[in-house]
Design a protein around this ligand. Sequence first.
Ligand code: GRG
Length: 315
Amino acid sequence: MTAAATSSDSAPPAGAAQGFDFNAYLAARKAEVESALDASLPPERPESLREAMRYSLLAGGKRLRPILCLAACELAGGDPALAMPTAVALEMIHTMSLIHDDLPAMDDDDLRRGRPTNHRVYGEAVAILAGDALLTRAFEMVALRSPGVPAERLLQVVAELSLVAGAPGLVGGQVVDLECEGKQVDLETLEYIHLHKTGALLRACVITGALIAGADASRIDSLRTYARGIGLAFQIVDDILDVTASSDVLGKTAGKDLIADKTTYPKLLGLEESRQRAKALVEEAKASLAAFKPTEPAKASPLLALADYVIGRDR
Ligand code: GRG
């Protein structure tokens, strides 16, 4: 195993409840998410667009974002089944961002999730439109396909998703990232890029899950701190894997950051300090869940384990 920072495969996560089996949890949640994703794109016209949307949405991937959403909902005392449409919406936003990120006008990549990128198979125009359709379908999932969730909670979810997807989130982070290509950037700018490009959506995952459960503001705040830690750690690990893992294992082109002359954590801090920083961020993230643990010790286990998973992953 070429884990980026630490292994999470066998050891129970620190602080998790006795007997919690993370691998079984992950496998069960992943299977539920895969089936909900499949059902989210039923036959419809035009079939060509549906095929391109399904090609990327159902291409595998770790499904970290929907699983975070379901776990946060459960931790906040909600029924994760009610959060599934939002979990699907988050994966749709993530997938559309990958499709657009891979386009010739952006990263110009050929490989994603172990397969040719969407535009390589369907052409640029359809890839752009498949991304657009996934983004809009995401909002449809929340607004029109979330039975059993009070309307005011759904409105809060829509608000969070719209902020996170647009200029204050993914799009803003992507623009600064593109503007910085080939330039040396400082740690503060690098953090800005990652908190927006990657961290914002991970934050939305836990916040929307908690909103659906009806969590109060102080618990949402704890989850915000958790998400900031795992969001930055996730990206540090991504930077590390870009230089330490192979394209085969990653399912996307390795070494892209070097080729594009991007500033990365390993470039700024070196590999070892990057690993240490990722570990420290994950410990901070886990500590922020203390607010939940006295009342819900077992329910905190998935988010504790997911924090470890973020740095233990090898792809
Ligand atoms: C959201 C409106 C809107 C536009 C998108 C292109 C763009 C604007 C943003 C780029 C966002 C991006 C691609 C960030 C990188 C995030 C990242 C580290 C992705 C890899 O995530 P994993 O490892 O992938 O979870 P899998 O395949 O496992 O899901």
